[in-house]
Write a new protein. Structure first.
Length: 169
């Protein structure tokens, strides 16, 4: 029972943080060249697993309602976050040198490919332009900011305790 309560609580925290961060920084969250600071939460799926995966997915769906780009953005953004966080979590569970780096790079690639593609369609902007814009924003948010948060957080007692209680190795 405690494990379920912890999973639900963490999922809600991730969803709320993601949505609030996107909406609060709306001017830089919905452009072809977007720096979605909330994406710094995506690498935390490596430590927190399913609660981060579900939270970042739900947070993207809620946040994208406010973006005004419609159902494609709501579903596409949520799908991008789900695939990015799930793939990163899966890679991180493999025990090889550099697995976290590969996991974070995979998140950048997935978000860039999915979001860059549908933004090109929705905004009638050249694909190369939206892919470049989303890639640069993802590199900064996921790779640099998220990677830094991940590195700092993974050394904390809190992260080790949560992983232990969630049964994540």
């Amino acid at each position: 029972m405690k494990k379920n309560a912890l999973n639900i609580s963490l999922s809600l925290i991730f969803a709320a943080l993601y949505a609030v961060c996107v909406v609060a920084l709306q001017p830089i969250s919905f452009l072809p060249f977007q720096a979605r600071v909330a994406d710094a939460l995506l690498p935390l799926s490596i430590i927190f697993g399913w609660p981060a995966i579900i939270g970042c997915t739900a947070g993207a769906a809620v946040a994208n309602v406010y973006g005004g780009l419609g159902l494609i953005d709501i579903v596409g953004g949520a799908l991008a976050n789900f695939l990015a966080t799930y793939i990163a979590f899966w890679i991180a569970q493999k025990k090889f040198r550099g697995n976290w780096v590969v996991a974070v790079v995979s998140e950048i690639a997935v978000v860039t490919a999915i979001v860059g593609s549908y933004l090109s369609y929705l905004l009638a902007t050249p694909l190369a332009l939206t892919l470049a814009g989303v890639f640069l924003g993802s590199l900064i948010a996921i790779g640099i900011l998220g990677g830094t948060i991940l590195a700092a957080l993974q050394k904390t007692t809190f992260a080790r305790t949560v992983k232990q209680r969630l049964g994540i190795s």
